[in-house]
Structure formats: structure tokens, C-alpha cells
Design a binder for this molecule. Structure first.
Ligand SMILES: NC(=O)c1ccc[n+]([C@@H]2O[C@H](COP(=O)([O-])OP(=O)(O)OC[C@H]3O[C@@H](n4cnc5c(N)ncnc54)[C@H](O)[C@@H]3O)[C@@H](O)[C@H]2O)c1
Length: 302
């Protein structure tokens, strides 16, 4: 079993810690925010309770996750490190520079970046050949997929090792041939989000209606049959005809008034109580539980 260090114990850091600990790995988490570290145990327990895990099993997971009091403390206790700090290139560069001063040159480092280029994240590293893009999905202890991508300078032995570890954990691991911003999943997801915002801006429908359409159709279909298999299933001639008619009408926007309007009014979504929708007290917890229940119902074999 590998001893993993995780830099950043926020939403993804604590979730990845759970996924690793459930597979029997030991995990040491370090976060610069003392409150985030102090609440680590409690957040892990809450995550596992949402999944109906029995108290004894919760105990065996939490026993494998410890908080580190400093970066050197974490670095001295692990065989591999995962960075899960905020999605800002300058922050990731600073964190990796500090980390590399504390770990041996051969230690693997995985970045959980969502949409940054792995090559860009690795810029400035002393040993960029060890950095692998390893993108987990939220919540990482439930969503099977992990996307793995090399940066331009990554040594493919580190990529293979990451895939081997994840496969042994029973994850659905996909390996990109090369580094692109957003891996595969977020490129697909945000193509859809962009078109949804376009529909709002064109006053075709409201945000609740977008969600109803996705949840009652595409969301159900795609957990059973992927869009490429579906294209073959309905026929490539029909797929081509549909795209010929539709593609000229789809958004290629790079500005997003439907987001800027609420943002300029201080409406950031859940955290501020309103955004595209309203977030009365209790809704966030209800959504978190619904997400867990929905994923557990839909889990499919690859
Ligand atoms: N939120 C998602 O659904 C999701 C999904 C997949 C990937 N990601 C990616 O995972 C990464 C983390 O995202 P998140 O949603 O967990 O963010 P988050 O804000 O919840 O957590 C980031 C944590 O990093 C800590 N941190 C900041 N600087 C640090 C440092 N120098 N050393 C140690 N800790 C530090 C912060 O205190 C915070 O607790 C980002 O790259 C994000 O794009 C997010």
C-alpha cells in the first residue's frame, strides 16, 4: 500500500483522502488553513454517513487519514503526493516549488487540476517528469472515473504507475494520449454548460428548465449509453444530418452575460444564497445528499 500525502484538504482533498483510505492506503493531509485541517475528521465522517457507511467501517477509514502539522511533516511520512490546492496556476506553482524542496526527486506527484494544462502546472518544477495530471470527480469516493494525463515533460513510467495504482483500487481509469486543458470530462461538461447559458441568454427557457431537461433525459441516457455509442446506434448519417442543421445555431461564445449578471450583483450561487437559482437554508445539504443517492443508484460497470 502507498502512503499518500495530500496538499489541500478542501472539498476534493478530503474526498480523495476517503477514496484512498477506503482502498487501504494511508493518507496524510496538509492544508495551510488550520480550520480546514481541524474539521477534516468531521467532514470525512459526514461524507461516509451520507453513503450509509456503518460506524465500524467509518472508523477504519478515519484511522488511515491523519492531518500533518506542516509541509515537512507531511513530506517525511509519504511515498507519493497529490496536490489539491485551488485552481490557480500561481498557487499551484508556489505549492509545487515548496514541495519539491522537501521530497526526493523520484517521488511521484499528481495534480488534481480540473482544467489547467498539466504542462503549464509543471512549468518551473525541478523534476517535471514526475508530475501527472490525475483528475478525480466529486465526490471522489463515489464517482469511479479518474482521468490521467501526461504533461509534455512527464515520464510515461509515472503515468503508468498512476494508472496501475488506480486500477488496483478498482477505479475506472482513462489515460489521455496527450495533455489538453479540461481533460475529456470537463470539456464535454462545459460545452453543455456554455450551450445552456446561451439558451438562457436567448430567453428560450429558465435555469430550472435546463436542469429538468438534463436530469430527465440526457443524465439518464448517458449513464447507460455514451454519446459515441449512441451516434452509431442512431446512425452516423442521422448524426451528420442533425449536426448539419444544428451546429450553426450552437454557441461558440467566450463571454457569458448570463453568469456576469448575477455575479456583478454578488450572487455567486450556493455560497451567497442565490445565483442562477435560490438557495434557502437546507438546500445545500439536500442537494449533497441527492447527489450521493443519485450516483449510488446509477453506478454502472464500465
Ligand atoms: N470542486 C470540484 O468539484 C473539483 C473536481 C475535480 C477537481 N477539482 C480541482 O481540485 C483542486 C482543489 O479544488 P477544491 O474544490 O477541493 O478546492 P477547495 O477550495 O475546497 O480546497 C483547496 C484547499 O487548498 C488549501 N490550500 C491553499 N493553499 C495551500 C497550500 N499552499 N498548501 C496546502 N493547502 C493549501 C485551501 O486552504 C483549501 O482548503 C482544484 O485544482 C480544482 O480545480 C475540483
Amino acid at each position: 500500500m502507498t502512503r499518500f500525502g495530500i496538499l489541500g484538504g478542501g472539498l476534493m482533498g478530503h474526498g480523495i483522502a476517503v477514496a484512498l483510505a477506503q482502498a487501504g492506503h494511508c493518507v496524510v493531509v496538509y492544508d495551510t488553513d488550520p480550520a480546514t485541517l481541524a474539521s477534516l475528521d468531521e467532514r470525512i465522517v459526514r461524507a461516509l454517513e451520507r453513503c450509509d457507511m456503518l460506524p465500524g467501517d467509518v472508523g477504519s477509514v478515519t484511522a488511515r487519514v491523519t492531518a500533518a502539522e506542516s509541509l515537512p511533516d507531511m513530506s517525511s511520512r509519504v511515498d507519493a503526493v497529490i496536490e489539491a490546492v485551488p485552481e490557480r496556476l500561481d498557487v499551484k506553482h508556489r505549492v509545487l516549488e515548496a514541495l519539491e524542496a522537501k521530497i526526493p526527486a523520484v517521488m511521484p506527484v499528481w495534480s488534481n487540476t480540473s482544467v489547467l494544462s498539466v504542462t503549464e502546472v509543471a512549468k518551473g518544477m525541478r523534476h517535471p517528469q514526475r508530475l501527472v495530471g490525475v483528475h478525480w470527480w466529486n465526490p471522489p469516493y463515489l464517482v469511479p472515473l479518474v482521468e490521467v494525463a501526461p504533461g509534455a515533460e512527464t515520464d510515461h513510467r509515472f503515468v503508468q504507475e498512476a494508472c496501475d495504482v488506480l486500477n488496483r483500487m478498482g477505479r475506472t481509469t482513462v489515460r489521455l494520449h496527450r495533455d489538453v486543458p479540461g481533460f475529456i470530462g470537463n470539456r464535454l461538461q462545459f460545452a453543455l454548460v456554455r450551450e445552456a447559458l446561451h439558451l438562457l441568454e436567448q430567453e428560450v427557457c429558465d435555469p430550472v428548465t435546463v436542469d429538468t431537461v438534463v436530469r430527465a433525459s440526457l443524465g439518464l441516457r448517458w449513464s447507460a449509453v455514451g454519446p459515441m455509442e449512441n451516434a452509431d446506434f442512431i446512425g452516423l448519417d442521422l448524426t451528420r444530418n442533425i449536426l448539419d442543421s444544428l451546429a450553426p445555431h450552437l454557441s461558440s461564445a467566450v463571454t457569458f452575460p448570463a453568469l456576469d449578471e448575477p455575479l456583478n450583483a454578488g450572487q455567486r450561487g450556493r455560497a451567497s444564497g442565490s445565483g442562477l437559482l435560490t438557495w434557502p437554508s437546507g438546500r445545500a445539504e439536500e442537494v449533497a445528499q441527492r447527489l450521493v443517492n443519485g450516483i449510488r443508484r446509477n453506478l454502472v460497470e464500465p
